[in-house]
Design a protein around this ligand. Structure first.
Ligand SMILES: [Cu+2]
Length: 255
């Protein structure tokens, strides 16, 4: 009888588990090595959640059927089960401790700033972005609909110094699984190791005023050779942050 009940489970299990072969659980796989670390942590958390949630769900279903109402008889009442009580206290503590340890390991990997070959100073302002390359003096700047583009090389460590010229902004690149505050007077430093060439959209994630929703940018990852050519091209006469802010105030967003 028991064995017969297990047959549907044995059929269902591979089908359900097969879905777990490529589980992204709605997250980006990460176009940077740091983003991939965050992605792996996300996967681990999600699988842990499925295991715990599935176990709790099975217990609920079991209790519902095992102790459903029968002949108005009160079921046998029990209390003080030290073994079970210790288990349901200790196991969750171990689960939380495990999640904590993996989180700390991932945070240390994502926040590590080893020496890099490329440095970019990113300044957020109302409402746009400036990307400054101190090695060559190259500047990219643009507001709202101009969507300025930060160019960086793949397969090289790139260090970003992020700050704000006015209020708090958020520097967010979804495909990097990465977001940081851009704060006035505080420089946030982090590294990107981009793995694949391509264009990745970015946006401000901190409500920062009238044209916050238009505060967009993109990141273009190119080969190191292409980057070296690009970063040595002169950027020409670029407006300053102050000029762009005046322009937005006078004419609204856009070029
Ligand atoms: Cu902003």
């Amino acid at each position: 009888m028991r064995a017969r009940r297990l047959v549907p489970l044995a059929i269902l299990a591979p089908i359900v588990l097969a879905g777990c072969q490529l589980p992204s659980f709605g997250a980006y796989k990460g176009a940077t090595s740091q983003g991939q670390d965050a992605y792996k942590l996300w996967q681990g958390f999600f699988i842990a959640g499925i295991v715990v949630g599935g176990f709790v769900f099975l217990l609920i279903v079991w209790a519902v059927f095992r102790y459903r109402r029968r002949h108005d008889a009160v079921p046998r009442q029990t209390q003080y089960r030290p073994v079970i009580e210790i288990l349901y206290t200790v196991i969750p503590i171990f689960i939380v401790a495990g999640l904590f340890v993996f989180t700390v390991i991932t945070e240390n990997e994502v926040d590590a700033v080893p020496k890099s070959q490329v440095t970019i100073d990113v300044t957020a302002f109302q409402w746009g972005w400036q990307f400054y390359y101190p090695a060559t003096g190259k500047v990219v700047i643009g507001q709202t609909l101009e969507q300025p583009q930060m160019v960086l090389p793949v397969n090289r460590a790139v260090t970003i110094h992020l700050e704000s010229a006015d209020v708090v902004h958020g520097f967010y690149v979804p495909e990097f699984n990465f977001s940081r505050y851009a704060q006035p007077g505080v420089v946030n430093t982090f590294n990107f190791n981009v793995l694949h060439t391509g264009v990745y959209r970015g946006q401000c994630t901190q409500l920062c005023g009238l044209y916050h929703s238009l505060m967009l940018f993109s990141v273009r990852a190119v080969t190191p050779a292409q980057f070296d050519v690009w970063v040595h091209q002169t950027s020409g006469n670029r407006p300053t942050i102050g000029q762009l802010k005046q322009q937005i105030r006078a004419n609204g967003p856009g070029a």
